[in-house]
Design a protein around this ligand. Structure first.
Ligand SMILES: Cc1cc2nc3c(=O)[nH]c(=O)nc-3n(C[C@H](O)[C@H](O)[C@H](O)COP(=O)(O)OP(=O)(O)OC[C@H]3O[C@@H](n4cnc5c(N)ncnc54)[C@H](O)[C@@H]3O)c2cc1C
Length: 437
């Protein structure tokens, strides 16, 4: 308690470790404490078993318009410059990433997107049936010859192990910053203000700081609300499961986004942990848990405002959209034994027409939870990540593509922390631009 930190960061996933790195490397904020409740970094959503391992850059994400795509691209460049500097094949693999259009409408959508995007994404190209046959043969094998098909492809696709990335951030930060303290197996229980300071209560005692940054996934909202911030938000945890399909795809194959659907369609890609296995997913299944497969976290979920009249009304309004309701029901069924696999097969066949029932295997214990925020004022889902900024404190909830934008979020938050701390603290924008922009 006598030890007062400049900043306490709660959560050692890719968001918290990226902030630890950026602060250590590009600011003179040195008295940093990182608290993580698990015994290592990135064991929740940033673990490679739990997310889709994609570095999104907006080019092939058909649910992003150009403006949003370019914003994500800027963040993707930072991530890619960092990982490229490591040249570690376990950390990332460069493969193609594509969005596949099936049928006349989707093919036309992709052709239009190509025209609008090509100036800003020179890596993108259109691949017709013949080209696809060479690039990704399993997409074309067994496909009806009359079916119009094409893909918008980038050879700058990255498969990233975000857990190794988190380890790399921490190891680099430690080399630069001898005052950095990282404590594992420490669970934050509550937070309060004492005068100007924050007191962070944990199961191993209390810690004091001038500023705090929560990068604790779903729990960030929980602690924000404890301090009275973001009380108009509720949390809708959306779990995503994956199926294994064997050695099928060489790169990342996404589908054109269903118009009006807030959740990404199922895609297929090689697993960075075993490149000869293709994963299909993630599914979309709301679950009353703060963290996937950790059933005790239901008690914390029940304390959040989705369990209230306003929350109930918001959820009903979201699910009254028939398209969303049908989608969610269908995705619930995918986790069921036997029938789930048969239904999921229908979802995967548009990507790999020759795949058989016996090829698919549900990955038990895999898949994380996307902490989607519900704005209770407008009774609607907020897409993308939500950051709540309070008096000298920041709270990040990070659904997809939170991992892709971790360094850009860290840059933004490091700047804020420097401002919170006052005139003795500086942010080295020039060096950051030189290294990562
Ligand atoms: C199915 C799925 C697919 C996805 N695919 C992609 C993708 O392809 N590309 C992409 O960019 N993003 C993807 N995402 C999103 C991405 O995984 C997350 O945005 C990212 O991992 C979030 O990182 P984080 O550090 O904020 O959270 P996490 O990795 O969840 O880390 C939060 C940390 O906080 C710790 N913590 C929580 N509470 C406490 C407490 N009280 N005390 C101490 N520590 C605490 C946890 O133990 C955990 O280590 C996907 C997510 C899911 C679920």
């Amino acid at each position: 308690m006598n030890n007062k930190f400049d900043v306490i960061i709660v959560g050692g996933g890719v968001t918290g470790t990226a902030l630890t790195y950026i602060l250590s490397r590009y600011t003179n904020v040195k008295r940093i404490l990182l608290l993580e409740k698990n015994s290592g970094v990135a064991e929740v959503n940033s673990h490679p078993m739990n997310n889709a391992q994609t570095s999104h850059d907006g080019g092939t994400e058909t649910n992003y318009d150009l403006e949003h795509a370019l914003h994500v691209k800027e963040a993707a460049v930072m991530l890619r410059r960092y990982i490229e500097s490591k040249a570690d094949p376990m950390l990332f693999q460069k493969r193609h990433r594509m969005v596949l259009g099936i049928g006349e409408n989707e093919v036309a959508t992709l052709k239009r997107r190509y025209e609008d995007f090509k100036k800003f994404y020179p890596d993108l190209f259109l691949a017709d049936r013949n080209k696809l046959c060479a690039i990704e043969p399993k997409i074309i094998e067994g496909r009806d010859l009359r079916e119009p098909v094409c893909a918008l492809v980038s050879n700058d696709g990255y498969i990233v192990n975000y857990q190794l990335l988190s380890q790399s951030f921490v190891s680099d930060a430690k080399k630069i910053n001898s005052e950095l303290e990282i404590l594992f197996n420490v669970t934050v229980k509550s937070i309060c203000r004492k005068g100007d300071d924050f007191v962070v209560e944990t199961d191993k005692g209390a810690f004091k700081s001038k500023t705090t940054a929560f990068a604790a996934g779903s729990y960030s909202l929980f602690f924000a609300q404890e301090l009275g911030y973001g009380t108009h938000y509720a949390l809708l945890p959306v779990a995503g499961s994956f199926y294994s399909g064997g050695a099928l795809l060489r790169g990342k194959v996404y589908r054109v986004q269903i118009p009006g659907m807030p959740f990404a369609a199922i895609h297929g890609d090689p697993d960075i942990l075993n490149l000869s296995d293709t994963r299909f997913g993630p599914t979309t299944k709301p679950l009353p848990l703060m963290e996937r497969h950790r059933y005790r976290t239901i008690f914390d979920f029940l304390k959040l405002p989705l369990i209230s009249l306003k929350g109930f009304v918001s959820l009903t309004k979201i699910l009254m959209n028939k398209q969303i309701l049908n989608y969610v029901i269908k995705h619930f069924l995918y986790d069921l034994p036997i029938i789930g696999r048969a239904l999921f097969l229908k979802e995967v066949r548009p990507i790999v027409p020759t795949i058989r029932y016996g090829d698919l295997k549900l990955r038990r214990g895999a898949g994380g939870i996307r902490p989607q925020i519900v704005d209770l004022r407008i009774k609607a889902l907020q897409m993308g990540d939500v950051t709540i900024v309070g008096d000298k404190c920041i709270f990040n909830t990070t659904p997809s593509p939170g991992a892709s934008v971790c360094l850009s979020n860290a840059k933004r938050d490091a700047r804020r922390i420097v401002e919170f701390l006052g005139k003795d603290f500086v942010f080295d924008q020039d060096n950051l631009n030189r290294d990562l922009s």
